[in-house]
Design a protein around this ligand. Structure first.
Ligand code: GLN
Length: 550
């Protein structure tokens, strides 16, 4: 596209959790399918500098980008939908905005002026919003504003949008996502909350151009006209967004409602290419019409909160579609399992995935799950802490190091088979200080990892402080646990495998962050396939030939 970058803002009204991230990603997908270049950024109105220090109970998964930014989980959706990497520039919080402004103030950059929310904070927000556009590679920058219009925290962001619209005119557009609640007693959808939330936006000086209305039921006749009339938008710019069977349906639903066309026309574009969504539809066909099914256990301590493992869940689904299999995830709480009840919890699954994590809570359950997978020859996939637990388990039960542990859990252990990385030992701050982002990993030829990736070197994303202790490597390799992926610079062990097992792999990195609809991750594809082929030992009620009985 010739001309300047267009800015699209996505705000939310009425309630949180309406799916602004999915609507933003879907609109981006539709624009990308028409041949435009698009990126999406998220503005988060909280004071943490990034979500890296947030407990998953607070904010779900922390998504890690190639450049090592710890970001909001919506960036995972953006990457999964667009198959384009995001970066630190795609996620900004109020904390970071204030940190930058205060740093500049200390440097004397404000030349003695009183530093204020307007214009200094709003200028910093505007600078961030436009930083991606200034790269000159994007036709569209979509900016999703976290929170709900009317929140005190969001006010500077809405004000920044108001100013940018004034400055940029037709190069700016606001999509407002609202809710049409359904009243069961009268059997009607109600538009009043939408009207109120648009009024709220108007009171801040922002007139939305497009309204996307989340609804459980089809909108009644005349409802779009009514909303259009009350909210000063065209009827065609009132978009119905019904609850979807899967998030991957939403781009097609938005296409049917012509969201992208309305947006393009309102931004002054009169002719544009047709959307090519063939590969997306092909993914959906394989995803929705599987030829078989497979049960996989996901063992973690946050299983009651599925958002904590968002990227892993989605990567399993992508891999399911690649194999034309429906993946049933059995969410297993690592604090509730032990050597005695393990068969009851894990019996009948084709594969066991042990999740990443921090701290000691639930790790003995993870270790029990890994022992169960190893001894019963069930396909196993350990990610980050899951890999570290596999190393601990092998140390304890195969090498006979009864107290083998990670120094994260037991600083005084006599056998620190997982230990803090050298460069981490002097680090005191918690935020943004782990080994983060993409690092190269060399694969040992002829190993499972090499067969899966079909390459000698890969690059994967990391988020950890502890690592395999190379002082133990020889003993591990002699006993059958091999280091099959090594970081070429630091010689850090990135992948471990068991020789004498149908499928047993642990990765220090997080492959889930790189799985997209267009490119499901090879490790997940291979794991799901192995899980389907494995003859799982026992049904969920526990009888069978498993070694650990309920
Ligand atoms: N807690 C472990 C570490 O810091 C693993 C981290 C993770 O699973 N992301 O090394």
């Amino acid at each position: 596209m010739t001309g300047s970058t267009k800015y699209i803002f996505v705000t939310g009204g009425v309630t949180s959790s309406l799916g602004k991230g999915i609507i933003s990603a879907s609109l981006a997908k539709l624009l990308q399918a028409r041949g435009f270049t698009v990126t999406i950024q998220k503005l988060d109105p909280y004071i943490n500098v990034d979500p890296g220090t947030l407990n998953p109970y607070e904010h779900g998964e922390c998504f890690v980008t190639e450049d090592g930014a710890e970001t909001d989980l919506d960036l995972g959706h953006y990457e999964r939908f667009l198959d384009v990497p995001t970066s630190q520039a795609n996620n900004v919080t109020t904390g970071r905005i204030y940190q930058n402004v205060i740093t500049k103030e200390r440097r004397g950059e404000y030349l003695g002026k009183t530093v204020q929310v307007i214009p200094h904070i709003t200028d910093e927000i505007k600078r961030h919003i436009q930083a991606l556009g200034r790269k000159g590679i994007y036709d569209f920058v979509i900016t999703e504003v976290g929170g709900t219009v009317g929140d005190i925290e969001s006010l500077p962001y809405i004000e920044a949008i108001r100013q940018l619209r004034w400055e940029k005119g037709r190069d700016c557009l606001v999509v407002h996502l609202t809710l049409l609640p359904f009243l069961h007693t009268t059997g009607e959808l109600k538009t009043k909350p939408t009207q109120h939330s648009v009024k709220e936006l108007l009171s801040l000086g922002v007139q939305p151009d497009v309204l996307v209305c989340r609804t459980e039921h089809p909108m009644q006749r005349g409802m779009k006209d009514k909303i259009a009339l009350f909210c000063n938008v065209d009827t065609e710019a009132v978009i119905e967004s019904r609850d979807a069977e899967t998030i991957y349906d939403v781009p097609l639903m938005m296409q049917e409602e012509k969201l992208d066309e309305v947006v393009l026309r309102r931004l002054g574009l009169t002719s544009f290419p047709e959307a090519d969504l063939e590969s997306w539809k092909d993914f959906l066909r394989r995803y929705k019409q599987p030829k078989g099914e497979v049960n996989v256990a996901l063992v973690g301590k946050y299983v009651e909160l599925k958002d904590a493992y968002k990227s892993i869940k989605e990567a399993l689904e992508h891999a399911g579609a690649a194999n034309e299999l429906k993946v049933h995830i059995r969410w297993v709480h690592s604090e509730k399992i032990n050597e005695k009840n393990i068969a009851r919890h894990l019996g009948g699954v084709g594969g066991i995935l042990v999740a990443p994590g921090f701290g000691h809570r639930g790790i003995e359950g993870k270790i029990a799950a890994i022992r169960f997978a190893r001894e019963n020859r069930i396909p196993f996939f350990g990610i980050c802490l899951g890999m570290q637990c596999a190393v601990i388990e092998f140390g304890r039960h195969v090498l006979g190091l009864a107290e083998a542990n990670s120094t994260e859990m037991a600083p005084e252990t006599p056998d620190p088979v997982i230990a803090m990385m050298e460069e981490q030992k002097t680090v005191a701050d918690k935020g943004g200080t782990m080994r983060l982002g993409a690092y190269p990993c060399q694969l040992v030829e002829g190993t499972l990892a090499h067969r899966i990736y079909k390459r000698k070197q890969v690059s994967e994303r990391h988020r950890h402080r502890y690592e395999f202790n190379n002082a133990y490597l020889k003993r591990y390799e002699q006993a059958g646990m091999q280091a099959t992926g090594i970081n070429p610079q630091g010689k850090l062990v990135e992948i471990v495998e068991l020789k004498d097992h149908p499928f047993f792999i642990g990765t220090q990195f997080h492959p889930e962050y790189r799985s997209t609809v267009a490119k499901p991750h090879p490790l997940f594809i291979a794991f799901v396939k192995a899980a389907q082929q494995s003859h799982s030992p026992a049904p969920a009620n526990g009888s069978g030939t498993v070694k650990a009985e309920a």
